[in-house]
Design a protein around this ligand. Structure first.
Ligand code: P6P
Length: 335
């Protein structure tokens, strides 16, 4: 019988691998697992209680806020601020910095997160998810500031995501391998199910919203046409898979290989996805699994954020597929 390891046990056993880590870092990760279990509980019964449907409000991204969005945001803030490990947070659902209340202890870490990604899919029972990234603070004491938040993904010390789907899985890395834990609802525990995930160097699946084809520039169109062309020697045509929830499309890409894309276009030159709490944490995960993430020209992890909610084009997945996308996007590829 395979050894049953809970995420808490796994984190403690691996604590020694993180340079300078104290128990504080492990507790931060286990708090995230707790927060995601509470979100899962509401997401899994969303169809049963009057939590479905929109609040009618609009968040900073201009998306209509679903009640579950607000609930998830409040849960992550509530659970994470009490742990005493953070000096400041930032969330897709919160316009500005999320300060730690004066009466609560502050720590040396910073949390950036998207509490519920894919909220437009909530009402049709399609997988949704949460994304998080953890930095060490750069200021020395007191309340955290924007300087602590606006760090490039290269500075992350941990990142991960949760997919609330046919099963619920918590995937994270602290730089030493990428590990997945599947929730056993009967005991309310995340159990190790995917140790040391490695993304294939090349895949045969592409994931993009082709509905925007006419908005793309010629290089992007050429790349998609290249992937769809018949050529056995290079494993083409690729298959198209697109859920419409970043976390679900990314998780499939991480396990099966291939490439997920949300490019800029004529209407949205920077695309739709957010750098700080969507692209950068997933870029950190994919790189630790042997993959690559780019905005078409630069590694996502090297981009210095200048504002909390700034967007970035995103090409993420198997190293060979992302590098080929970059060649097309930069106009350097032969068809
Ligand atoms: P489109 C969900 O609303 C989201 O923010 C991401 O999870 C997803 O990848 C993207 O938007 C889908 O956007 O324009 O294809 O509907």
């Amino acid at each position: 019988m395979q050894r049953i390891i809970t995420i808490e046990r796994f984190i403690i056993e691996r604590e020694h691998e993180i340079p300078g880590a104290t128990g504080e870092f492990s507790k931060l990760l286990t708090d995230l697992a707790l927060a995601s279990k509470i979100v899962w509980r509401e997401v899994s019964k969303a169809g049963l209680v009057d939590i479905i449907g929109s609040t009618g409000k609009v968040n900073i991204s201009g998306d209509v806020v679903q009640k579950l969005d607000e609930f998830a945001n409040e849960i992550f803030i509530n659970v994470m601020q009490k742990g005493g490990h953070l000096c400041v947070m930032a969330s897709e659902e919160s316009k500005g910095l999320i300060e730690i209340p004066d009466e609560l202890a502050k720590g040396k870490y910073v949390l950036v997160f998207d509490p519920l990604d894919g909220s437009s899919n909530i009402d049709v029972n399609v997988s949704i998810g949460s994304i998080f990234g953890i930095f060490r603070r750069v200021t020395t004491s007191g309340k955290g500031t924007e300087r602590d938040i606006l760090q490039p993904g290269r500075n992350l010390v941990a990142a991960g995501y949760i997919v609330y789907g046919s099963s619920t899985i918590f995937v994270y890395t602290t730089g030493n391998g990428v590990h997945g834990f599947t929730l056993d609802p009967s005991i309310g525990e995340f159990l190790l199910s995917h140790e040391n995930i490695r993304i294939p160097k090349k895949g045969d699946i592409y994931s993009v919203n082709e509905g925007y084809y006419e908005r793309w520039d010629e290089n992007m169109k050429r790349f998609i046409n290249y992937l769809k062309a018949e050529d056995k020697a290079t494993g083409r045509p690729y298959k198209l898979r697109y859920v419409g929830t970043l976390v679900a499309d990314f998780h499939r890409t991480l396990l099966y290989g291939g490439i997920f894309m949300y490019p800029g276009d004529k209407k949205n030159p920077e695309g739709k996805l957010r750098l700080l709490y969507e692209a950068a944490p997933l870029a950190y995960v994919v790189e630790k699994a042997g993959g690559r993430a780019s905005d078409g020209f630069r590694n996502i992890l090297d981009i210095e954020p200048t504002s909390l909610h700034q967007r970035t084009p995103l090409f993420i997945g198997s190293e060979e597929d992302v590098k080929l996308a970059e060649k097309f996007i930069q106009g350097k590829a032969e068809d």
